[in-house]
Design a protein. Structure first.
Length: 97
């Protein structure tokens, strides 16, 4: 550059969008916190790092069948008989031929 040349003028930069940068940070933080929560839940409840066992009622098929039989024998005073499914919360009307 010689002393007689005029100074160079820089073209202005486009302004940064702080909203887009904040959105990246918020979404990244949400994904990270959900990942940490999942890992902690798995370690504590499934791996049982604090000890303990799974209760017998959750693993025993006999207990499940007895509970299911109790639900099916539940007395009803109104309407046609239904089959109750407590897991899906759906009741099915039993139609007799």
């Amino acid at each position: 550059r010689s002393a007689s040349s005029p100074p160079r003028v820089r073209s202005p930069r486009p302004p940064r969008r702080p909203v887009a940068m904040a959105t990246k940070c918020i979404i990244g933080a949400l994904v990270g916190s959900l990942g940490i929560a999942y890992v902690c839940d798995t370690i504590v409840s499934d791996k049982k790092i604090f000890g303990g066992t799974v209760c017998k009622t959750a693993t025993d098929k006999e207990w499940f069948q007895a509970t299911d039989a109790k639900f099916q024998a539940w007395p009803r005073t109104a309407g046609p008989p239904v089959i109750m499914n407590p897991i899906s919360r759906q009741n099915f009307i039993v139609k007799h031929p």
